[in-house]
Design a protein around this ligand. Structure first.
Ligand code: AMP
Length: 210
């Protein structure tokens, strides 16, 4: 099953994609993660990506498409995947359609106010990509990743001003995906405001996984 998941910053889409991927036994692929891996490689392209990400704006579509194709070509995607953070605009949605079909488009919705509250406490593991929150999803040992033991950091693009910019980008460029996928009858809206386990329950119930 090919699933895409989108929602504002702090909606919990990464966490839910992880859980759903495990349940369905398909990989959870994050475009942000693919871009950050490239940004960390110190190539010319990597430097360009890093500058763009730190401003809170979108990386050019040609770059994301290339990274996406390389990732979807890997054998673990044969039975499907959950794509998190792609597509993020209508051009990317059309690009994705050229590469593969989308069976389900999940939107996890929260208000801007909640998005700002949640992203404030976000912590990330640079080594394995796992995400935490000081209040809602703390690591067992403060500042240390439960999965791999590396130190946790606050991402440059999780700072308040950048988050506001990213929310604007979300409303202007990503939200039109709702209508796009509604027209294809693959769109499903999930309320992301309740605590993590309740959101998971709603997703599983709507997908008839429980
Ligand atoms: P994320 O970790 O998904 O919040 O993404 C972090 C940043 O990576 C975004 O603010 C963008 O600068 C960039 N990014 C992630 N996904 C995409 C995408 N599909 N298209 C363009 N830029 C992206």
């Amino acid at each position: 099953m090919n699933i895409i998941i989108f929602g504002p910053q702090g909606s919990g889409k990464g966490t839910q994609a992880d859980i759903l991927g495990e349940k369905l036994n398909i990989p959870h692929i994050t475009m942000g993660g693919l871009l950050r891996a490239e940004a960390g490689s110190e190539s010319v392209l990597g430097e360009k990506i890093k500058t763009i990400i730190n401003q809170g704006i979108l990386v050019p579509d040609e770059i994301t498409l290339e990274l996406l194709k390389q990732r979807l070509d890997k054998p673990d995607c044969e039975a499907g995947f959950i794509l998190d953070g792609y597509p993020r605009n209508l051009v990317q949605a059309a690009d994705l359609e050229q590469v593969t079909a989308v069976d389900l488009a999940l939107e996890i919705y929260i208000t801007d106010e909640e998005a700002l509250k949640r992203t404030g406490g976000r912590r990330n593991c640079l080594a394995c990509g796992n995400t935490y929150h000081l209040l809602y999803k703390p690591s067992q040992q403060e500042g240390i990743c439960d999965k791999c033991g590396a130190a946790l950091i606050v991402r440059e693009d999780d700072k308040d001003e950048v988050i506001k910019m990213r929310l604007n980008v979300y409303h202007q460029q990503t939200e039109p995906l709702v209508e796009y996928y509604q027209k294809q009858s693959v769109y499903l809206k999930i309320d992301g405001m309740p605590p993590i386990p309740e959101v998971t329950k709603e997703i599983f119930a709507k997908l008839k996984l429980i």
